[in-house]
Design a protein around this ligand. Structure first.
Ligand code: ZN
Length: 413
């Protein structure tokens, strides 16, 4: 018999509409939503032996999606020790606990963006097989990078199972993408430029257009998604021209880049939470070369993002959780940052729900509507009035994944 779950007296943010709906009713049968809309007494009477949850006006919203996390890192000032000393097995165990923190914070889906030892794919399988409780993992396995590129920071002789797979040339790019797909990747992550955490300039282009094109071709063949880490403007253009679907960071985005975004219908993941590196880093022991670079990025990042928002580029929430002081479970901070840069509260929520699901081609997730999977969050308060509510643990009352209660603080009337 179907397990029926009824939410009544909900303030519904469905991920579709432009306003919240008061006194809404949502009905879930097993893992899917069968009804979301106006209160209807007859629907409640028809559903015999249903479990009824009276929300007393609390908000019901879609489970959120963080499109950029690293489970093998925990927000340490320098990740080198964890990168060298944690075996993939130990990193996987730590990664499970980190993923659970995001789930309890209302994030029911995480896209991992480069993990040592392919731990994300193992965690994904353990969640799917019901061995552990965790968020849905949309995995990249290892990120594709060039020799000496972002993610290839260890000198010869130091044999580390790092977050990157090193390649040079089109054929190697194709093979590296195929390897990730073979292991079960949902997404191919590419390093289009240098970055903050690796030595060397962060803005220079790294993977070539042709290398990225080859990886994109392989991913698209299997209907998988692609993403590119891109700080400098040349790398942003290269990635967009190669057909990459989501651009991460996008710091030195220019007018031509904004045009390309619109033309290619690509998504920008500005990872504003990653600037916690500056906020806490100098006192917290982040290496000076890293802070200097990120400070330089910040001079351009928000101004260019605001231009992109004004031009109508699709903005998707992703935190880069795991980078310095950017902790798993604090994912909703990104929404506050997006609001500060010009998104409305509703658009910030959509960037972490409907639009994030669209970017990842997850057509069953991200909205509360009949037929969709019941990934739901009960929030005490209305985040449309103050987006920062979503960061308060005590306000994330319940989290459902596929209709199953996976996090619960007692719902009070
Ligand atoms: Zn990242």
């Amino acid at each position: 018999m179907a397990h029926v779950l009824i939410f009544k007296n909900a303030t519904l943010i469905d991920g579709i509409g432009s306003t919240a709906q008061k006194d809404a009713l949502v009905i879930v049968e097993n893992e899917r939503i069968t009804y979301a809309g106006m209160y209807d007494e007859t629907l409640i009477q028809q559903a015999r032996e249903a479990e009824i949850v009276d929300l007393h006006g609390m908000t019901l919203m879609p489970g959120m999606i963080d499109t950029h996390v690293h489970l093998c890192m925990a927000g340490e000032a320098s990740t080198f020790t964890a990168m060298v000393m944690d075996t993939p097995a130990f990193a996987a165990i730590k990664g499970v606990e980190r993923a659970k923190r995001s789930l309890a914070a209302g994030f029911t889906t995480l896209r991992t963006m480069g993990e040592k030892g392919h731990i994300d794919i193992a965690i994904k399988k353990a969640v799917e097989e019901g061995i552990i409780v965790g968020p849905r993992i949309f995995a990249s396995g290892k990120a594709l990078t060039i020799t000496g590129g972002h993610g290839d920071m260890f000198p010869p002789g130091v044999n580390v199972d790092g977050i990157g797979v090193v390649l040079d040339g089109v054929d190697e790019a194709r093979r590296a993408a195929r390897e990730q797909l073979k292991l079960g990747a949902d997404n191919i992550k590419m390093m289009a430029t240098g970055g903050g955490m690796s030595p060397g300039p962060g803005t220079v282009a790294q993977l070539t257009i042709d290398e990225m094109k080859a990886a994109v071709e392989e991913a698209v063949k299997f209907e998988k998604v692609t993403a590119a880490h891109a700080i400098g403007v040349d790398g942003i253009h290269n990635a967009l021209n190669a057909g990459v679907r989501t651009i991460e960071h996008g710091t030195f985005l220019d007018e031509a880049g904004i045009e390309l975004f619109l033309e290619k219908k690509a998504y920008l993941v500005p990872t504003l939470a990653a600037f916690k590196t500056i906020k806490y880093g100098r006192a917290g022991g982040v290496p000076e070369h890293h802070i200097k670079k990120v400070e330089y990025y910040q001079t351009a990042h928000e101004a260019n993002l605001q231009k992109a928002i004004a031009a109508g580029v699709k903005i998707v929430a992703g935190t880069d959780a795991g980078t310095p002081f950017n902790y798993h479970g604090e994912n909703a901070y990104e929404l506050e940052c997006l609001v500060r840069n010009g998104l409305s509260e509703m658009d910030a929520i959509k960037s972490a729900t409907q639009l994030a699901a669209e970017a990842l081609q997850l057509s069953d997730l991200g909205v509360i509507a009949a037929g969709k999977i019941a990934d739901l969050v009960v929030v005490d308060g209305n985040p449309l009035h103050d987006i920062r509510l979503l960061q308060e643990k005590r306000r994330i009352k319940q989290v459902y994944k596929g209709g199953q209660l996976v996090h619960n603080s007692p719902v009070t009337g």
